[in-house]
Design a protein around this ligand. Structure first.
Ligand code: ADP
Ligand code: MG
Length: 253
């Protein structure tokens, strides 16, 4: 059985891309067949996993706008079992181009349906907005992972996100679930992080992952080398926690 998970939060810089790349790499390392889907026009997942955007013939834009078969856009990565459906800046036009089209919310769902059987997990890295690309992701997904940064105002904007999830559940995807809430960039040297985790747990209860992602310099260095943390520095704390998260995701099945 395969599962499509959207990593989403309309706030930028909370760890969506870091989580998509490294959870994807962790699941592949644990023996799963994984597809990363980059649906952020910034294409950080694409470059972060080592794909040179200049070499991309077909990207997610061609798949959802021009009906290119996803098989003709998916590329392998250096990690066995991990593939990517890349994004380039071309995707920036999609928000506007999709507006007048028929079935604009279900484009991604229809495309991923064609390749779903080839993977155990499909992980979608969402853009930092609640626009049509995020709606496509929530419509295509079985569940969502919400990364939350351990900072003041962590819960700010979450009611908007949850409202969007509810609207998608009501109108487009009745079976959409919340897979889990992931606390990111935890700093053990301050009390703030612990307070924020407590607050988020009051709100989401057992949906909050046991695994907490600490601030780890190696995690922020890896993308500039086009690598996941698992290959960049397998002995780092970052690699350890994302593997832990991978196991937690698998064990929740
Ligand atoms: P988003 O995709 O939500 O915008 P990113 O995953 O790109 O967020 O993270 C924002 C920035 O923070 C990036 O520069 C990334 O390398 C860095 N970062 C993310 N998670 C961590 C972490 N746990 N420790 C240190 N740096 C991190
Ligand atoms: Mg991102």
């Amino acid at each position: 059985m395969s599962k499509i998970i959207a990593v989403t939060n309309q706030k930028g810089g909370v760890g969506k891309t870091t989580t998509s790349v490294n959870l994807g790499a962790a699941l592949a390392t644990l023996g799963k067949r994984v597809l990363l889907v980059d649906i952020d026009p910034q294409g950080n997942t694409t470059s972060g996993i080592g794909v040179n955007k200049a070499d991309v013939a077909n990207c997610i834009y061609d798949v959802i706008i021009n009906d290119v078969h996803p098989k003709d856009a998916i590329l392998p990565t250096r990690i066995e079992g991990l593939s990517i459906l890349p994004a380039t800046i071309q995707l920036a036009g999609a928000e506007i181009e999709l507006v007048p089209t028929i079935s604009r919310e279900v484009r991604l769902k229809k495309s991923l349906h064609l390749v779903k059987h080839m993977f155990d997990y499909i992980i979608i890295d969402c853009p930092p907005s609640l626009g049509i690309l995020t709606i496509n992701s929530l419509t295509a997904a079985d569940s969502v992972i919400i990364p939350i940064q351990c900072e003041y105002y962590a819960l700010e904007g979450l009611s908007q996100l949850l409202n969007t999830v509810r609207l998608v559940q009501k109108h487009l995807n009745t079976s959409l679930q919340i897979e889990g809430v992931l606390m990111t960039m935890f700093d053990a040297r301050t009390n703030l992080g612990i307070q924020v985790i407590e607050e988020v747990k009051k709100y989401f209860q057992q949906k909050v992952y046991q695994t907490v992602i600490p601030r780890n310099v190696r995690l922020s260095e890896a993308p500039s080398h086009g690598e996941s943390i698992i290959t960049y520095d397998p002995r780092s704390k970052g690699a350890e926690v994302y593997l832990e998260l991978g196991k937690e995701v698998i064990s929740s099945e």
